[in-house]
Design a binder for this molecule. Structure first.
Ligand code: ZN
Ligand code: ZN
Length: 260
C-alpha cells in the first residue's frame, strides 16, 4: 500500500477522515488508464489492459537459461545459447521477462524515476507468473538488489533495482538482503563496449559483512532492471561469491539484445 493512503486525509471543511476508512477506500477498485496504451481499464491497480498484459506475456518466450536472450523453441536452453557460449559470467543463471523493446522498454524507462516506483510490483507480478518455473528452480532463499553508488542514490532519491527486489521478495515470501555496496561510481556504461564495461566494473562492489551471515552458502536472486553485457550483474555476483554466497541467479525485467 502507498504510504500516502496510510495518512489521514484532510477533506475541505471536514474533520480528519479516520485511517480505517481510508484503508477501506484503498481496497476499492478505481478505473484508470493502461500504463502502456492509455486505454481505459476498470481497476487502475492492475496497471495494464488485457491486450498489453498479453503482449508482455508474449514477449516472455523461450530464453537461454544462462544469459536470458531469446532462443528458438527447440534450443537446449540449459547449457547456454549461441551468443553466450564461451562467455564467462559471474552469475550462474539469468532470467528476464523478455527483450528490452516495446512495452518492456517503455516500462523500464518509467521505472527509472521515483514517480515510477509503484510500477515495480506490477512488473514483478508479470515476471513471477511468466518465469515461475525458472524462479522456482533457483531455490533461492533471499533476494539481493544491485545497489547504486551512495552519491547517485542520494541524487536520485531512489534505486529502481531495490524497488524491484523488494517487490520480488514480497511476492516470493523471501527476505530482501542489502548484501552489496557500490564502493566506486561508474561512468555511463552504455557508451562503452563489452570489454571496457567488464574492466570498469572490477572492484565496484563489496559486501556488507553484517547482512551476509543470513545468506552464506545459500542460493540468491540478484535483481537489476536490465541486463546488457552482464558486466554489472557479473561483478555483483562475483563479490557475493567471494564472500561465500551463491549460486546466484540474475533476475531482470528487460534483456538488451545485440550487445551480448
Ligand atoms: Zn494497454
Ligand atoms: Zn545465452
Amino acid at each position: 500500500m502507498d504510504d500516502r493512503t496510510r495518512l489521514p486525509i484532510n477533506l475541505p471543511g471536514s474533520r480528519i477522515v479516520p485511517r480505517r476508512l481510508t484503508e477501506a477506500v484503498g481496497d476499492l477498485a478505481f478505473p484508470g488508464d493502461c500504463l502502456i496504451c492509455d486505454s481505459w481499464i476498470e481497476d487502475a491497480r492492475a496497471g495494464l489492459c488485457l491486450d498489453c498484459r498479453d503482449e508482455l506475456f508474449d514477449a516472455a518466450g523461450p530464453a537461454c537459461q544462462r544469459c536470458a536472450l531469446p532462443v528458438g523453441p527447440f534450443a537446449d536452453r540449459a547449457s547456454g545459447c549461441g551468443d553466450c557460449s564461451g562467455r564467462r559470467y559471474g552469475f550462474d543463471a539469468a532470467v528476464a521477462i523478455g527483450p528490452y523493446e516495446g512495452p518492456i522498454r517503455h516500462l523500464c524507462l518509467r521505472l527509472k524515476s521515483v514517480r515510477g516506483a509503484w510500477l515495480a510490483p506490477r512488473l514483478i507480478d508479470v515476471l513471477a507468473e511468466a518465469r515461475a518455473e525458472e524462479l522456482a528452480n533457483a531455490e533461492a532463499r533471499a533476494v539481493v538488489p544491485v545497489p547504486l553508488h551512495p552519491w547517485r542514490r542520494l541524487r536520485r532519491r531512489y534505486n529502481q533495482s531495490e524497488a524491484l527486489a523488494q517487490a520480488l521478495a514480497h511476492r516470493l515470501g523471501l527476505p530482501m538482503v542489502r548484501a552489496l555496496r557500490r564502493v566506486r561510481p561508474t561512468s555511463a556504461l552504455w557508451r562503452v563496449g563489452r570489454v571496457e564495461r567488464h574492466r570498469q566494473m572490477q572492484g565496484v562492489f563489496q559486501t556488507n559483512q553484517k547482512s551476509l551471515e543470513a545468506i552464506l552458502g545459500v542460493p540468491v536472486l540478484l535483481v537489476d532492471d536490465i541486463l546488457t553485457t552482464g558486466a554489472t550483474c557479473s561483478a555483483a555476483s562475483r563479490a557475493l561469491k567471494r564472500a561465500g554466497v551463491g549460486p546466484v541467479m540474475a533476475v531482470v525485467i528487460g534483456r538488451v539484445e545485440g550487445k551480448g
